[in-house]
Design a protein around this ligand. Structure first.
Ligand SMILES: [Zn+2]
Length: 126
């Protein structure tokens, strides 16, 4: 159980919410610029009739990489906003402990406390 004392202050939550909303808007704007406006609808459908020279293919894959990075970032931001609404923001999804404010400050979409994150990093060998 999370007692009231360990919950983030409402003012803090509002600040993160604003920060995340801003991030979401900027990610959505970038996707829009690239012609992927409906950021909520995942799907990298290219027209098969689109020119398929190898150069275009290379550009296409760079674009796809960037788009998928932007989309996963957007997804993280959306998830963080959902956690704010559900009152689980700032709580480690692994151990249920509190994520330090400094960590949230640096990485507002973070889902794990520093301990769990470093264990995870070791496990996947990054
Ligand atoms: Zn943890």
């Amino acid at each position: 159980m999370i007692d009231e004392m360990s919950r983030l202050e409402n003012a803090e939550l509002d600040r993160y919410q604003a920060l995340l909303a801003e991030e979401r808007a900027s990610l959505a704007a970038k996707l829009e610029e690239m012609g992927y406006g409906n950021a909520g609808d995942i799907g990298l459908e290219y027209d098969d009739n689109f020119a398929d020279s190898s150069q275009v293919t290379a550009e296409k894959s760079e674009t796809e990489t960037l788009v998928s990075q932007l989309r996963s970032a957007l997804l993280e931001v959306n998830e963080a906003l959902v956690r704010i609404e559900q009152g689980t923001y700032g709580i480690c999804q692994v151990c249920g402990g509190e994520i330090s404010p400094q960590r949230l400050e640096a990485l507002p979409t973070v889902k794990q406390c520093i301990n769990c994150a470093s264990l995870h990093i070791k496990k996947i060998g990054k």
